[in-house]
Structure formats: C-alpha cells, structure tokens
Design a protein around this ligand. Structure first.
Ligand SMILES: Cc1cc2nc3c(=O)[nH]c(=O)nc-3n(C[C@H](O)[C@H](O)[C@H](O)COP(=O)(O)OP(=O)(O)OC[C@H]3O[C@@H](n4cnc5c(N)ncnc54)[C@H](O)[C@@H]3O)c2cc1C
Length: 403
C-alpha cells in the first residue's frame, strides 16, 4: 500500500468515519456551527447497500425536518400475530410510522452537508489513528482510498461506523457485545393500493427473540425477520416466513422485489465509554438502539445532537477534556426497563411462550402496554438540558462564544 504523505497533512476540526444516518446528521450539525468536517465512507455510493428497513417513529418525524419525498405515507395501524396467527389489531389516531426512502434521504443530507462546507471522501476506509505527540487530544488519522493512504490531522475523531466500529476499537472505547440480526426483502408496487399497516409476527422459528415484520405503506413493502443469530438462519427463516405467514396476510404475487437488506442490530443498550479526549462515538457504534424495539434511527439523531454539542464545545474551548461529558452513563436510567424486557425476550425459545405473551397482550392492561410500546411518543431517552453533564457542555459552548 502506498502512502500519500505531503509535507503538511490536511487538517480538519473533526473527521467523521461513516456516512450513515448518524454520521450525516453529525456532519450537518457541526458544519452548521462552523466546525470544519471531513466525512469518510467506504461505500462509493452511500445510497447503495442500505441495511435498514427505515421505519421512523412519530417522535422523530415530528421533531426533525425531513426533505421532501424522503418519507412514505404514514402508518397508523399495527397488527400483531401470535405463532398460531391470532391477530391483535391496534389503531392510533395519529400517524405513528413512516418508512424512509433511505437513498433519497442520505443523498439529500449529504448535499446539505456539502453546501455547509463538509468535505466528503467516498470509497475510502478508516485505517487507524495515533495521538499527535505534544498536542493533547489531536490525532493523526490514516484513510485508505484506492490503495493509497493519506494522513489527516484532526482535533476530534468521530466513529459513526456502525455496530462493529473500528474507530471504537482504535480509540479503546467500549464496543457492542450483544446484537440480533435482521434480514428483509423490499418490494415496490407500481400503483399504491392497500391500507398502510405494520404487521408484526411473534415466532420462535422466524424471529427468535425479536419479531418478523411486514411494513407496508401501500407503495413500498418490507418483509423481514430478526432474531438472535445463534438461533436461526435469517435467509432460510425469511423464505419460510414469506411462503407461510406473510403470504396469508399479504400475497406477494403483485409485488416487485427490488432489493434485500440486512445486518446486525446492537441491543445491549447504549455503551458507557463513548468518548475520550481524542474522539466520540455516535449511532450504532455507540450502541444507541432501543434494546426492546431495536429501533436505532431516532437514537442516531438524538445522540448525534448531543455529540455535536460536545464537539462544538471542545473546538471552541480548546479543551479536549470537555468531550468526557459526552458519556453513555447519562442514558442508563432511561434504558433500564427496556433492557429488562430484552432480557425476558432473550429467554423465549418456544412458540408456547410467544402464545402466552400474545394472550397477555390481549388483556386490557396488556393491550395498554402494547399500545405504549408501539405508539408512545418515545424511543430514545431525552437528555434534559438540566442534566449536569449536558449542562457543562452547553455552558462551555456559551463561555467559548462569549470570549
Ligand atoms: C435489517 C435492519 C432493519 C432495521 N430497521 C430499522 C427500522 O425500521 N427503524 C429503526 O429505527 N431502526 C432500524 N434498524 C436499526 C438502524 O438501521 C440503525 O440503528 C441505524 O441505521 C444506524 O445508523 P448508523 O449511522 O449508526 O450506522 P450505519 O447505517 O451502519 O452506517 C455506518 C456507515 O459507516 C461506514 N463504515 C463502516 N466502517 C467503515 C470504515 N472502516 N471506513 C469507512 N466507512 C466505514 C459504512 O459504510 C456505513 O455507511 C434496522 C437495522 C437493521 C440491520
């Protein structure tokens, strides 16, 4: 491998590895505040090989702006099925879910970031970093593109590189150790027809420890399975699911298959050590996914906001230690119940246990709990600005601004 080391390496306030939702949102937030950003992704085209279903919950599309055309028609109905195909139907008066058109969303966020001054390097891989001697907090980052390694100096290295983050390992921060896997096929209809519905299936066969799903907004339909990797073969489980349960609910003959998506989803809760004076982690790299629902898109945006505040504070104050206020510990209380429910789900190994769970959810209090899980306006714990660590970050931004 050749090295392209000009006498003076290029310098950026922040280098972000990974241009998924977390990296793109962080890049946008930082550049809007005048922080110089290099965004790097190993993919040539960030809209290709998307791994997420892309279901956004109400709280997210109410609180964040989405570009025109990047979200599908709202879904207000959830049908939950037991292994024997009994159905519990829940309807909300509000639009609860919208399926993202992820390629359009990512490209629009990238365009926006570039307009704000972000430099983007595609087809380029993070190849490690070292602390810059004599400059606390500063790193020399190695980026490899087409066999050539470039070294870049930065004050903050940001790992937005997903569940198996190489940046987390490089910075000796915490790494994900518990995950489920998801695998789905995406279908399109030329003319939108059916009522938008999110169908969820409990099954020890198709979805051990999680659910199988049909997310259908009338125009786009995602059929998928998820569960603990050691308990099933996702590809075979998806074929069985489509042939049996899915076909009963929604015959797939009139659907045109367009792509397959899949990947690991961290469900161990947010990691504790997600920052040190050289860098921070965001999104899946930080374990920012609801352990119960395995939703990671809302957490990506919210945690990236907090990370951006910490990075802005670090750049403006010149103090690398400000980054230490960005800690997963502040979210621990908010995750406690979801982690407990995840532990319970992990023990479910047989269909009779899912039948029992389903029966419990059809009781009056059970139904209220199901409505709360599917429709409550929450996914990732909100970090109040009165939290002492966030307060310190915000105060140091204010103090630096006043200087
Ligand atoms: C099958 C499936 C379905 C899901 N469905 C939903 C859903 O419907 N709703 C929901 O809320 N959540 C869902 N999730 C979870 C959600 O998709 C993730 O939590 C979220 O996309 C994580 O975004 P991210 O930006 O942190 O990581 P990613 O989207 O994984 O982005 C990481 C980026 O880093 C790049 N990268 C990695 N390593 C390197 C490297 N060494 N050098 C350079 N670039 C690198 C990758 O190319 C990638 O673009 C799903 C997950 C899966 C797997």
């Amino acid at each position: 491998m050749r090295s392209n080391s000009p006498e003076k390496p290029r310098e950026f306030d922040a280098v972000i590895i990974g241009a998924g939702l977390a990296g793109l949102h962080t890049a946008r937030r930082l550049s809007a505040s005048g922080v110089s950003v290099l965004l790097v992704d190993r993919k040539e085209d960030i809209g290709a090989r998307v791994h997420t279903t892309g279901i956004f919950v109400r709280k997210t599309f109410e609180d964040f702006d989405f570009p025109e055309g990047s979200l599908g028609i709202p879904i207000s109905r959830v049908n939950l099925y037991s292994p024997s195909m009994k159905c519990l139907s829940l309807t909300s008066p509000a639009p609860e879910f919208r399926i993202g058109r992820m390629d359009a969303l990512y490209s629009s966020m990238l365009d926006q970031s570039r307009r704000l001054g972000v430099e983007f390097l595609n087809g380029a891989r993070f190849a490690g970093s070292n602390p810059e001697s004599g400059e606390p907090g500063t790193s020399v980052v190695r980026i490899e593109k087409s066999g050539i390694v470039e070294t870049i100096r930065t004050k903050v290295l940001i790992g937005a590189d997903g569940v198996g983050s190489a940046v987390a390992r490089d910075l000796s921060l915490d790494t994900n150790s518990e995950w489920i896997v998801g695998f789905e096929k995406v279908f399109r209809r030329s003319s939108p027809t059916s009522e938008p519905v999110l169908h969820c299936f409990l099954s020890s066969d198709f979805a051990p420890g999680y659910i199988a799903w049909i997310a259908d907004d009338g125009a786009e339909c995602h059929i998928g399975v998820g569960g603990y990797p050691e308990r099933f073969d996702p590809s075979k489980a998806l074929s069985r699911f489509i042939e049996t349960a899915a076909n009963v609910v929604l015959p797939t003959d009139d659907l045109e298959e367009t792509e397959s998506r899949g990947g690991r989803i961290p469900v161990g809760g947010i990691l504790r050590r997600i920052a040190n004076p050289r860098g921070v982690l965001v999104g899946d790299a930080a374990g920012a996914v609801s352990p119960l629902t395995a939703g990671g898109l809302d957490p990506c945006l919210r945690l990236s906001d907090f990370a951006a505040e910490a990075v802005i504070a670090r750049i403006r104050s010149g103090d690398p230690k400000v980054l230490l206020n960005y800690s997963g510990e502040v979210f621990e209380k908010g995750f406690a119940t979801k982690l407990l429910m995840r532990s319970a789900l992990r023990t479910f190994k047989f269909d009779f246990q899912y039948e029992w769970l389903f029966a419990a959810l059809t009781s009056r209090p059970g139904r209220r709990l199901a409505e709360k899980i599917f429709f409550r306006r929450s996914s990732f714990p909100d970090l109040s600005s009165s939290d002492p660590r966030r307060k310190r970050v915000l105060e140091s931004i204010d103090a630096a601004g006043a200087r």
